[in-house]
Design a protein around this ligand. Sequence first.
Ligand SMILES: Nc1ncnc2c1ncn2[C@@H]1O[C@H](COP(=O)(O)OP(=O)(O)OP(=O)(O)O)[C@@H](O)[C@H]1O
Ligand SMILES: [Mg+2]
Length: 276
Amino acid sequence: MSGPVIIAFLGKGGSGKSILSSLTGKLVINDKKNLLLIDADPAMGLATALGVQGYKTIGEARENIIQKAKNASGKVEKETLGNEIDVLLMECLFETPDYSLLVMGRTNSIGCYCPVNTLLKRTIKTIASRYDVVIIDAEAGMEQVSRQVTESVHYPVLLTDNSLRGVRTGILINETITSSNQHDVKKTGIIFNRVDRADTELVEKAVEAGIQYYGSIPADENITLWDRKGLPALEMPDETVSLTALKTIMKKINFKPLSSAFSAGEGLNLRGGNFR
Ligand SMILES: Nc1ncnc2c1ncn2[C@@H]1O[C@H](COP(=O)(O)OP(=O)(O)OP(=O)(O)O)[C@@H](O)[C@H]1O
Ligand SMILES: [Mg+2]
C-alpha cells in the first residue's frame, strides 16, 4: 500500500495558507480521493475557513494525556497510557462524509510533560497513513518549519504576495527545509497569491534560491464574499477564479505519493479507528 501525498502550505502571515489549503482540499474531494486536512495553526484558521465546529483539538487531548501520564507511575499504567493516547487521538479526528480534519489547537503551554512535536509527528504519521492526500495548513512564518513539525511533508508549497518580505519568508523557509535534512521533500515551490501577475523580479529571486515557480492566483471576489459572510470555503463555486487558477497549478505540480515515507507511526497502535 502506498502512503499519502503530504502537502503543506507555508508562508508569511495572511498569504492565503488557510484558504488555499481549503480550496486544494476541494480539488482533492472533487477528485474522489480520501482527504485528511490538518490545521496546524494555533489560530485555527483552517477550521474557521471550513466552517466546522465541535471538534476536539490535539492540544486538548495533550492536556489530558499529560494529566494521565502524571498519574501513571508503574510500568502497567504506562502501557495503559499508550492505549489511552490512541483513544484520545482518535477522538480528535473530526470526520465528515467528504474529508477528515485534525485540529492541533494551542499546544505550547508552559511546562509540557510530553513533547508536543513528537505527538504531532506521530499523529500525522499514524493517522495520515490511511489517507490518499494530507494537506497541512501551517502556522505563519518559520516557527513550525524550524521545529521540524513539517518534516514528513513531500510538497511544501510556499505562498506569497508580490512583496519582497513574502518572498524572503519563502526563501528562509526553503533554506530551513533543505538544511534540516527533511528527506521526504520532493520539491518546494511557490505560488503568488492574490496578484494579477507575479512580479518577475520576485519570481527570479525565488527561482535563484532553488524554489520552483508554480504560478499565480488572482484576487477572488468570492473569497472576499465567503470570508465576509463566514461561509464554508468548500462551498465556493467550482468555477470561481481562484479555484480555476489553483486547478491549473495543481495539474502542473502533479503531486505523487512517496510510499517509503509512510508506514504507521512507531509506538502507536490506533485500534478501532473509523477510517474510510
Ligand atoms: N486570492 C484571494 N482573493 C481574495 N482574498 C484572498 C485571497 N487569498 C487570500 N485572501 C484573503 O486574505 C486573507 C488571508 O488569507 P488566509 O487567512 O487564508 O491567510 P493565512 O496565510 O492562512 O493567514 P494566517 O497567517 O493569519 O493564518 C483572508 O481574509 C482571505 O480571505
Ligand atoms: Mg491561516
